[in-house]
Ligand binder design. Structure first.
Ligand code: HEC
Length: 115
């Protein structure tokens, strides 16, 4: 019986590890959103005109991509919520919009100061 319980916990932990939940930290957003969807186009050494999505670039961009405490005016959030052909990720290239849940976690990250 003990062995069965041990096996159960072993597998439930494995499952938990796989069901990664997006959290309002740069590391989580980077791993679960940027690296999955955005770095197809936004990567260092690519088209030099594209914005980079590392934390430093986001916080120091002249485009004010991330203004800590102010998601409404942060270019990153605006790029997700706009409805024209500049929405990120781009619909014309076959990308679905981020989900409202994803956007709300990224908003939260900016709201709490973009740690
Ligand atoms: C298919 C390629 C592609 C993908 C995928 C993509 N982008 Fe972009 N992104 C672009 C291009 C091209 C531009 C420049 C567009 C322009 O200014 O017209 C851009 C511009 C931006 C900008 C600057 C917006 C501004 O105000 O000028 C941000 C922020 C951005 N992308 C974030 C993202 C994020 C975050 C993702 C993933 C969720 C993403 N992009 C996915 C191609 C892409």
């Amino acid at each position: 019986m003990k062995a069965l319980i041990a096996i159960f916990f072993l597998f439930s932990n494995v499952n938990l590890a796989h069901a990664e939940v997006l959290e309002p930290t740069f590391e989580s957003i980077d791993r679960l959103v940027f690296q999955k969807t955005c770095t197809d186009c936004h990567y260092a050494g690519g088209d030099g005109k594209r914005v980079l999505l590392d934390k430093n670039s986001l916080l120091n961009s002249p485009l004010e991509l991330v203004i800590p405490g102010n998601p409404d005016e942060s270019g990153l959030i605006i790029s997700f919520e706009r409805t024209d052909d500049k929405r990120m990720p781009p619909e014309e290239d076959g990308y679905d919009a981020l989900t409202p849940e994803e956007i709300s976690v990224i908003r939260k990250w900016i709201e709490i100061g973009a740690p």
